[in-house]
Design a binder for this molecule. Structure first.
Ligand SMILES: Nc1ncnc2c1ncn2[C@@H]1O[C@H](COP(=O)(O)OP(=O)(O)OP(=O)(O)O)[C@@H](O)[C@H]1O
Ligand SMILES: [Zn+2]
Length: 641
């Protein structure tokens, strides 16, 4: 489609151009005397009317100057005429001229005309070459890149010694903490090598645009005082076939020669997309580039001292090969900042901008939910511009408010800004999860709650066990289900109108319940029977169902029963602690993100759910009252006190 259009327009014009040039050349360079037949020319020569003759061997042409003007069929041809001759007659023409003995005779052999004839050859050739050049440029995406081709090496890979430090990055404390180690390694590789410590080869920073990923990577280089080589993934893709891969090689070569160093690849998703997943099949160039990148990463050894940092907004589309151990095995989320983070970022960017004493940056942060670091930097810059334009010296609230509105058009499109009611529903939903988790007896502590949207989730609650766990008990599973239902139940209790936001939670709870019944043997009615071909397995495209319809019915009933129980647990927990839930929701609306300590404070007077009765797999198997023995460790501990 596209090429056809190209042909229609460009090729047509160029061909027309060539034709015009070819037709015009003889007119411009050639003579304008009247053309006559060869026989007429010869006859003039023999008649002795010729005073001057010029013979152009290259054109096989003779120009004649005549004493008397020539008349043919009554038409006056004037005093100068020219005629062409065929090769066969060249000798005859030459003889005729010599015989005629014109007063002046010049003979122009072939080479005398070489410039003209060369031009005639070269110009069309150049035009054709230009057409190819042009088509190639088009198909490689972006004509301008072609022009840069020769000097692209210097332009695409940039070497830098950044002066930025971690202090310049605000509101991304978790990411900074993770990167500290990288910085230390780059600064003192020997220390790490001496103890055989393995440092990650690649660090992947992922998060929405403008959250400071590039800034963080630069800060690592700035802190460690090492060179920073950067290139953008999208630059690779626009290159000629084979160039991307060789550019990657160059890049690593340069960095290794200047190690310790950091290589930063922005927009790595442009090259690192799942192989063969591009539109219209694979993109060879991209795959080659990606393969080269993997080869280079695998070639790193303990003494390379080069760390690759990559950034992307789309970690989900990356080729799994990139995320394998030994490659980008360190993945650091860089999220949009919360209220506190926004205030800190404003504080960083306010430097060098004189503020009116009445300006409260915390208030500005409150007015900018969902804004990224780049947006906030932009707000302050806009405010400074507005202030300068109005000839004022200090940036005041009025300028800031207007700047916020101006920048709003940006973030509103990218990160959705929730309306107040939706934020409230989210606050209660997440609050519900957290509160139920805290009220149950077998759940891990709630470490973080946020109502900042991330990906498709409107918010999330993090419940992290203090140590790794390899198995889960029945009570823990029941608690997890209750906690999963907590969000939905809070909406139900507070708004009497649950939202669709809970579909994920319901899915999770249902799948847990189903596994309890069909895989873990945790239902009395079904018993400790493994039901092969359960829903989960069928989903995986595997096993057929191997049990009766009655059993299937029973399973469904038991699952329903477990969910109902979880729903109840959550309901009770939230009803008894409604005042705590309100307090939590308010804190979330105010601060957006709460950490473990803040959460614990809010939950100080939380009423826990009572412990469940002992579960009997069958009434006929009564409770045995003896507990387990004390472990040696426990015994040692109890004997000391
Ligand atoms: N956490 C932050 N602290 C201070 N300034 C920030 C922060 N995040 C972003 N900025 C400002 O925004 C600018 C742009 O950020 P940066 O280019 O690092 O974002 P990015 O995440 O790499 O974006 P993209 O995904 O579009 O490449 C920075 O130069 C800086 O001025
Ligand atoms: Zn939820």
């Amino acid at each position: 489609m596209k090429t056809k259009k190209l042909f229609n327009s460009w090729i047509m014009w160029v061909v027309l151009g060539v034709l015009a040039v070819v037709l015009f050349l003889p007119m411009v360079f050639g003579n304008s005397s009247a053309k006559v037949d060869t026989s007429v020319g010869l006859q003039q020569l023999t008649s002795g009317n010729v005073t001057e003759a010029k013979m152009f061997d290259s054109d096989q042409r003779v120009d004649l100057k005549l004493r008397d003007s020539l008349k043919i069929d009554g038409v006056d041809k004037g005093n100068s005429v020219s005629f062409y001759y065929s090769t066969a007659r060249a000798q005859q023409v030459a003889n005729a001229i010599t015989k005629a003995e014109p007063g002046k005779f010049t003979d122009q052999p072939v080479q005398s005309n070489w410039l003209l004839s060369m031009l005639g050859v070269i110009i069309p050739f150049l035009l054709i070459a230009a057409i190819f050049w042009f088509i190639l440029a088009r198909s490689q995406g972006g004509g301008s890149k072609v022009m840069q081709f020769g000097k692209s090496k210097a332009k695409l890979i940039t070497k830098d010694m950044p002066q930025v430090t971690f202090k310049d990055v605000a509101g991304a404390d978790e990411a900074v903490e993770e990167l500290h180690e990288i910085k230390e390694f780059l600064q003192e590789p020997a220390k790490f090598q001496a103890v055989g410590a393995k440092i990650p080869k690649g660090v992947l920073l992922y998060g929405p645009p403008g959250t400071g990923k590039t800034l963080l990577a630069k800060a690592v280089a700035g802190e460690a005082q090492v060179p920073f080589y950067s290139i953008s993934g999208s630059d690779f893709v626009e290159m000629f076939v084979g160039v991307g891969a060789s550019r990657v090689r160059d890049l690593f070569e340069q960095a290794k020669n200047n190690s310790p160093a950091i290589i930063f690849v922005d927009e790595i998703d442009a090259v690192g997309r799942h192989r063969g997943a591009g539109i219209g099949g694979g993109n060879d160039e991209r795959e080659q580039t990606l393969n080269q990148l993997l080869v280079e990463m695998d070639g790193f050894d303990a003494t390379t001292n080069v760390i690759l940092i990559a950034a992307t907004n789309r970690p989900d589309v990356l080729d799994p090969a990139l995320l394998r151990p030994g490659r980008f095995d360190r993945q650091i989320p860089v999220e949009a900042p919360d209220l506190k983070g926004r205030e800190d970022i404003l504080k960083v960017h306010v430097k060098g901008k004189p503020m009116d004493a009445t300006v409260d940056l915390n208030a500005v942060a409150k007015k900018t939910p969902g804004y990224t670091g780049a947006d906030l930097a932009n707000v302050l810059n806009e405010a400074a511009l507005l202030t300068a334009r109005s000839n004022a010296n200090l940036i005041d609230d009025r300028a800031l408010d207007e700047a916020i509105d101006r920048v709003m058009a940006g973030p509103q499109k990218r990160t959705r800004l929730m309306d107040e009611h939706e934020r409230k529903v989210t606050a209660y939903h997440e609050g519900g999860h957290a509160l139920v988790a805290a009220a149950m007896n077998q759940t891990a502590p709630v470490t973080k709650i946020t109502i900042l949207p991330r990906g498709r989730a409107l918010g999330y609650t993090m419940v992290v066990p203090e140590s790794d766990k390899y198995s889960v008990t029945r009570n823990e599973l029941l608690d997890q289900m209750a906690y999963a239902m907590g969000g939905r139940v809070a909406e139900e209790i507070v708004f009497h109108d649950p939202s669709t936001g809970a579909s994920n939670d319901i899915e999770k709870a249902t799948s847990t319940a189903r596994k309890m019944v069909t895989e873990y043997g945790m239902s009395e009615k079904v018993g400790a029977v493994r039901l092969a071909g359960s829903a989960a397995e069928q989903q995986m495209g595997g096993a057929q169902r191997e049990f009766s319809d009655e059993m299937a019915h029973l399973v469904d009933q038991e699952v329903r029963e477990l969910i109902e129980q979880a729903h109840n647990d959550a309901y009770q927990a939230l009803m008894t602690n409604r005042h705590v839930l309100d307090r939590l929701a308010l804190a979330l609306l105010e601060r957006e993100t709460l950490n473990q300590k803040e959460i614990a404070e809010i939950f100080s007077d939380l009423q826990k759910r009572e412990v469940r009765d002992v579960w009997l797999s069958n009434e006929g198997r009564p409770v045995h009252s003896d507990g387990p023995v004390l472990s040696p460790k426990e015994r040692a501990a109890s004997s000391t006190d």
